[in-house]
Design a protein around this ligand. Structure first.
Ligand SMILES: *Cc1c(COP(=O)(O)O)cnc(C)c1O
Length: 469
């Protein structure tokens, strides 16, 4: 960094730096990224992102264009989510922030509750764990139906108490791609005057066009809904939505202070200064696609999802864990192989699918987020899955050393200091010469090791890995 680079050098370096990243386009990366396959929409969105990179959403009176675009994007989503007259919405930086703000608004609407609780199914997104942690709430997780992976409304009703300030459920859940029974859940929440949030972060721009049971604001008792613009909204990263049924419900989401010598602070989101880029890019995307565009994209992704699911049924060793309600597919194996090896074999063939560790009696699985750009390549996905599964069967399931598994299984995450974690990473063959990290090309043995740990130890080990990356 001591010698400044020329513009040309910077451009070249940016290209070469990305060489080892997963591709964001082309439909072969089946998690993290969402490709509409509409090149012109992407291009204009990137122009908007760049044009507004320096604008500041901190003060909508100073940058009225941002307020106008936010109103339009929220208004568009209100139509998709069946928001009634009087709704209020906010563009946030991502799904996690939308969920955090729903929790914060619910907590601060009930200041008389000393130890507030959230009640949610075990399949709820990690964002709610984060919200509970950051904002000092208790998260009560309720087991889902073990056959359908959907929330159990009766069990959730039984878990409610005087202290419950929010009930949350998914449309659909990230890990299993199924929609919770929102009507029943919202009804039990409403009966007790408790807010009910529907996390449609990943379904908000898809489910409106599919034949799903009611999950949006059409359901009485649903008080807020989150939907990510940077997922199936197909906008560049950094944009999500949180809508409330009324302005009054949104009020406690805001935070303001004039108790310092500088400018008056009114924040609708967790950020204060925030780039106008992601909002402008999302506005451009929504404006160009419109309802018709999203309907077509949802149909393409849904058709591809069903075609992949049908094809998986013919692949020995592999199965669809639960029939998909939307455009997410969860696959599992029989005893002849494991999903971790399949993921490695897919990567070697230029495809990325996301391994999910076993959790609460559910098996390890492989997550596929299917976006519209994957639709023309369904035959290729299936060929890759077939080859990868055959290779995984030939290799057999990765074995975890029973001694190491025994140690890992008995660890108390609270007692894990950095030296112990470093030692564990070294024992797992992950330590580089310089005390840094040496990630192997094949991740299956690591995933299998993590799979034998409790969630607490998994989190500690993953943190140790990322700290060293
Ligand atoms: C992705 C997702 C989130 C979190 O969104 P980020 O944009 O990754 O912060 C929350 N809930 C669900 C259901 C999701 O799929």
């Amino acid at each position: 960094m001591s010698t400044p680079l020329t513009a040309e050098q910077v451009r070249e370096r940016l290209v070469s730096l990305r060489e080892h990243d997963l591709p964001t386009h082309g439909g072969r990366t089946l998690a993290y990224v969402y490709d509409s396959g509409r090149a012109e929409v992407d291009l204009v969105a990137r122009e908007a992102l760049a044009a507004y990179g320096g604008s500041n959403g901190l003060d909508p009176t100073a940058f009225p264009s941002l307020a106008a675009m936010e109103r339009e994007v929220v208004g568009f989503a209100a139509g998709l989510l069946d928001a009634p007259a009087g709704y209020a919405g906010t563009v946030t930086s991502g799904g996690t922030e939308s969920c955090l703000l729903a929790v914060l608004a619910a907590r601060d609407a009930r200041p008389e509750v000393a130890r507030p609780r959230i009640v949610a199914p075990t399949t709820i997104h990690a964002a709610f764990h984060k919200a509970a942690h950051l904002f000092g709430l208790e998260l009560t997780l309720v087991d889902v139906d073990p056959a359908t992976y959907r929330a159990d409304p009766a069990a959730m009703a039984a878990a409610l108490s005087e202290r419950t300030v929010l009930v949350a459920a998914s449309a659909p859940s990230y890990a299993h791609g199924v929609v919770d029974p929102i009507e029943e859940i919202a009804a039990v929440a409403a009966e007790r005057g408790i807010r009910c949030h529907v996390d449609a972060c990943i379904g908000g721009f898809v489910l409106p066009f599919l034949d799903a049971p009611p999950w949006s604001f059409v359901v009485p008792g649903v008080t807020s809904v989150s939907a990510d613009l940077h997922k199936y909204g197909y906008a560049p990263k950094g944009a999500s939505l949180l809508l409330h049924r009324s302005m009054a419900l949104r009020h406690t989401q805001f935070w303001a202070t004039a108790d310092w010598p500088g400018y008056g602070v009114v924040n609708s989101t967790l950020q204060s200064t925030k780039s106008g880029g992601p909002l402008a890019a999302a506005w451009a995307t929504v404006s160009m696609l419109g309802r018709q565009g999203y309907a077509a994209l949802a149909a393409e992704a849904r058709e591809a999802t069903l075609a992949i699911a049908a094809g998986v049924d013919g692949i020995p060793g592999l199965r669809v864990l639960v029939a998909p309600d939307s455009t997410l597919l969860t696959l599992a194996t029989d005893d002849s192989c494991d999903v971790y090896t399949i993921a490695d074999e897919l990567l070697a063939r230029g495809w990325y699918a996301q391994p999910q560790l076993p959790y609460r009696g559910g098996p390890a699985s492989l997550h596929l987020t299917v976006s519209a750009a994957t639709a023309p390549g369904v035959g290729d996905v299936l060929a890759a899955l077939r080859e990868a599964t055959a290779a995984a069967q030939a290799a057999g399931p990765v074995a975890v050393d029973p001694g190491i598994a025994g140690v890992l299984g008995s660890l108390d995450p609270a007692g894990l200091d950095d030296a112990t974690l470093g030692g564990l990473l070294a024992a797992a063959g992950l330590a580089g010469g310089d005390g840094g990290l040496a990630l192997p090309t094949r991740m299956a043995p690591i995933h299998a090791l993590l799979g034998s740990c409790s969630p607490g130890v998994r989190a500690a080990l993953l943190t140790a890995v990322i700290e060293r990356v």
